[in-house]
Structures are given as structure tokens and as C-alpha cells.
Design a protein around this ligand. Structure first.
Ligand SMILES: C[S@@+](CC[C@H](N)C(=O)[O-])C[C@H]1O[C@@H](n2cnc3c(N)ncnc32)[C@H](O)[C@@H]1O
Length: 251
């Protein structure tokens, strides 16, 4: 398992292998909350439910996991359980996980509260990280109410092993030009196989080829205003197996 992460002078985590940042330090929390949780209709989507299962492509520094877990914990109407399913080919170290949270910047008071909630969760995650091995593992946190299922290996090999159905999907590979394996038609189809009609999907990526693959796999999509420097972000919804759905609402 090759480690590809290095830290840029401004504190952003960077992969020289993929020529892209994991996240830009100053916007990381806003991106997780607006692009991924917000794009999937969360936290509202898990409120007053028995369970909520989120699938992510690209665990990276666990930022989306930690933001989801901390936001879930803070929500008085949270689902009884939260199951976060993610996959990663190049796991970072436990020190990198902790460094990732230490270097985050809160943009406002709400983010400052979120960040203070994330810190102890990151420490719990870093402790579990000692057991990390290739393949699929399941770790329970929060007295068993939060489960992380982590598939360590290539996305295409790991997807069929992951538990479904999922209620929300975060598509979070690196830039598709540099990291095409994370956005291939086979991967999008593998994601769709884990969805149920109504599953929400979100990404920072609005590339035409990705939108087309989503549509072919049974999703309708919409571009939404993005967070600077990106103009747009993507929200999508799974309608069902290809051929059993009405026309696409994408624009
Ligand atoms: C933008 S980062 C993900 C950031 C992460 N979601 C977070 O919240 O910290 C993209 C991740 O995809 C992983 N990745 C790239 N190619 C992959 C592949 N073929 N299979 C599995 N993971 C891959 C990278 O190692 C990297 O951790």
C-alpha cells in the first residue's frame, strides 16, 4: 500500500502521485458540509430514522467521515445508527489523520463547534487505525451506534464487497483527469448497484463524462452553485435500474 500524501507549506494535504490536493485547508469543512452532506440532503435525511448508511469513494484523511459523524452526534433527531462505508487504495498514516484535523480552519462559529467535536473522534479513529489491513474491515464507535466499514484496496475491486443498500453517496476521488479509475463507468455502475431508488449522491465534480455515466447508471443529476474556487457542484438521485426511470432532470 503506497502512501502518497505530503503536506504543502500552506497546510493542505497533497498527493504528488495524483497531482491534486485532498482538500484545500481553508475550505475543507465548508466543502464537507455543503458539497457532501448538504448535497445528499443531510443532516435532514437521517433525522427520525432507524439507520442511515453513507457510501464514499476515497476515504483519504477521513474528513468527510469525521464531519458526518460529528454532525450526526450533534443532531438531536439523528438516526439510531450511522453506517459509513468507504474505500481507499492508499491509506494515510494515523499521524496524518490527526494532522489533517489539527490543521483545519473553522470559517465561522458553527464550524468551530464542529471542529471541537471532531477532534476526539479523530483520536478514536487514529487508535483504531493500528488494526488497519488490506481488504474490508468494520469498526464500531459510539457504543456501537456508529460503524465504519473500510475497504482497503482499489475502488473497482472493493466496491462489490461493500455492504448496501446505501442512502447517500459521496463521490470524492481526485480530479478525474489525473485519477480516472475513481470515475470510470464500471465504478459508477458499481456505486449504483449499492443504491436504492431515492439514494442521494453528491460530488464536487461536475465533469460531463461523469454526469453522463451517472445518467447511464440510473441517476438524475443537477448542477448546483459550488464553493469558490469551483463554480458548481453536483447533486444526483438514483431513480432505479436503467430503463425503469423517467427522463433526466439534469441541467
Ligand atoms: C480527494 S481524496 C478523498 C478525501 C476524503 N474523502 C476525505 O474526506 O478526507 C481522494 C482519495 O481517493 C483515493 N484513491 C485514488 N485512486 C483510488 C483508487 N483507484 N481506488 C481507491 N481509492 C483511490 C486517494 O488515495 C485519496 O485518498
Amino acid at each position: 500500500m503506497e502512501r502518497t500524501l505530503s503536506w504543502l507549506p500552506d497546510g493542505s494535504p497533497y498527493s504528488a502521485h495524483y497531482g491534486d490536493v485532498y482538500h484545500a485547508r481553508a475550505r475543507a469543512l465548508a466543502q464537507a458540509r455543503t458539497v457532501f452532506l448538504g448535497g445528499c440532503g443531510l443532516p435532514m435525511g437521517w433525522e427520525d430514522r432507524a439507520s442511515c448508511r453513507i457510501l464514499e469513494t476515497g476515504f483519504g484523511l477521513g474528513l468527510n467521515f469525521l464531519v458526518s459523524w460529528a454532525s450526526w452526534q450533534a443532531d438531536a433527531r439523528r438516526s439510531t445508527s450511522l453506517h459509513f462505508v468507504s474505500l481507499e487504495a492508499h491509506p494515510v498514516t494515523a499521524d496524518d489523520l490527526l494532522q489533517g484535523v489539527r490543521t483545519l480552519q473553522a470559517g465561522d462559529a458553527q464550524e468551530a463547534v464542529l471542529l471541537s467535536r471532531m477532534q476526539p473522534l479523530a483520536e478514536e479513529l487514529a487508535r483504531a487505525w493500528a488494526q488497519l489491513r488490506p481488504g474490508l474491515q468494520h469498526w464500531d464507535f459510539d457504543d456501537g451506534r456508529v460503524r465504519l466499514s473500510l475497504g482497503i484496496g482499489d475502488v473497482q475491486a472493493q466496491l462489490p464487497l461493500l455492504p448496501g443498500p446505501v442512502d447517500a453517496v459521496y463521490l470524492d476521488g481526485f480530479n478525474p483527469a489525473r485519477n480516472p479509475a475513481m470515475w470510470s463507468a464500471e465504478v459508477i455502475e458499481g456505486v449504483a448497484r449499492l443504491c436504492h431508488p431515492g439514494t442521494r449522491l453528491a460530488s464536487w465534480c461536475v465533469a460531463g463524462a461523469v454526469r453522463q455515466r451517472l445518467q447511464q447508471a440510473g441517476f438524475e443529476w443537477r448542477k448546483q452553485p459550488g464553493l469558490p474556487p469551483k463554480w458548481q457542484r453536483l447533486e444526483a438521485r438514483y431513480l432505479g435500474p436503467t430503463g425503469l426511470r423517467p427522463g433526466n432532470a439534469g441541467a
